[in-house]
Structures are given as C-alpha cells and as structure tokens.
Ligand binder design. Structure first.
Ligand SMILES: [Zn+2]
Length: 235
C-alpha cells in the first residue's frame, strides 16, 4: 500500500504518509529488533542491551579517508543497526535518532571530546529535504550532542541543490558529484565532531572535512553509527 501511494502520487506525500502511519501505528509501540510490544521506545530493553553489548565488538576507525581525518564507526552496516539507519533515513522515523544516539554510549574510553567541541551534521540539499520530510542527519547530530553534553549547530552550507542520491553513484562519481557542495557557515575555531548515520565510501565525510578545514578547522572527527563493510554504494 505504501509503495503504491509513493509511486503513484510521488514522494512528496512521504511526510504525510509517515504522519498518518504514526496516528494508526504509533512509533515505538513495536520493537524494531524482535517485533514485540515495546515500552514506547523503538527498541525493547532486551534488544537495546544486546545492541549495546555488541558495540564493543564492532567499532573501527577509518584513517585513509584524507590526511589527518579520522572516522569512527560503531557497528557494521548490517542486520538491526542497518535497519535502524534505513528506517530513520527513508521512512522518516524521527524517534530513531534518539534511540541511535543512546546506542553510541558508552564510547570507547580513548574517544573523548573537549568541551569546546561543536557537533554538526552533513547539511542536506534542500530538494532532498522536501522529499524526505525530515533532516535525519540533523536529528541524529542533535541527539548525539545531547548525549555527549556538547553544543550542536549547522557548520556547513550546502551549495548544490541536487537531490540526486549519492547512494546510487560509485566512489569516483560521488566525489565529483559533491565537489564544491559544502562551504563553512562560519569561521571554525574549535574542534568539530561530524555525526552521520552511515559511512559508506567516506566521500561525503571527506568533502565536509575539506570545507571545515577551509573555514579554519584543524581538529575534525567523524563519528557514524554504522559502516558499510563491503563499501557497497547501494546500501
Ligand atoms: Zn526487542
């Protein structure tokens, strides 16, 4: 039914569809992990605990993105973590931003951020925001900032308004597609934590880091909830 609505009437109705779905089937009533009735949050305590335990098993760093740029990802982009990301991103389930932010804790002991650090997100092209209805990157960054007790604001201007999905492009074309897409929104005189849902090829992170450096940023860290293991651009 949902597919029919979207394909026949266009994706502009996505937000309305999500709203109606929430009225009929409130977010959080059903656990996304096991399908059982939940306590009003998107994951039941059992599934949340399980995911938190798995945290320490699968986080890794990416240091080859660009000189001096480190990206931390907490889980493989598969199974339940992947489902949570896709539901937040494509189904407009805003409540998942808070759930995912809760799952970033506890961070590894060596991963600390000074109190001057500002959290930010990958600014979305306006065209895509209209299609998706919610800015999932912003919601996630705000929720993570709250978890970490850090300020959060938009540090990147988006210059392109193309809603062409990065996900469908290969790495070389992604890099080209995003050339000049980002610019610093203010002078960057503080450490920056760029939060995103998934690290796929890392191209978006590189372009954002370049723009933040242009603005004067010297200490930039990327933190994503999941990381695509196979680097499959379709995920
Ligand atoms: Zn569950």
């Amino acid at each position: 039914m949902k597919h029919w609505i979207y394909s026949r009437w266009g994706e502009g109705l996505r937000a309305t569809g999500a709203f109606l779905r929430d009225v009929i089937w409130p977010e959080g009533a059903i656990c996304r992990g096991c399908g059982k009735i939940s306590d009003g949050t998107p994951l039941c305590p059992g599934c949340r605990e399980r995911l938190q335990r798995e945290n320490s098993l699968s986080f890794w760093t990416e240091t080859t993105l660009a000189p001096g740029l480190t990206a931390w990802s907490l889980r493989a982009h598969e199974a339940l973590p992947r489902q949570l990301v896709l539901s937040l991103k494509y189904r407009g389930e805003a409540c998942l931003a808070r759930e995912i932010a809760r799952l970033i804790q506890p961070l590894p002991a060596f991963l600390t951020f000074s109190s001057e650090t500002v959290v930010t997100w990958v600014t979305m092209p306006r065209g895509r925001l209209r299609v998706r209805g919610i800015d999932h990157g912003r919601l996630l960054a705000e929720a993570v900032a709250e978890e970490l007790g850090l300020p959060c604001r938009r540090l990147l201007d988006r210059r392109d308004d193309r809603s062409r999905a990065q996900a469908r492009l290969n790495e070389a074309r992604r890099l080209q597609n995003l050339k000049g897409a980002f610019a610093p929104a203010e002078p960057i005189r503080f450490p920056v934590l760029l939060v995103d849902d998934v690290l796929t090829t890392g191209t978006t992170a590189r372009r954002c880091a370049e723009a933040l450096r242009q603005g004067g940023g010297t200490e930039i860290t990327v933190l994503t909830f999941t990381r695509a293991v196979s680097r499959d651009p379709g995920s």
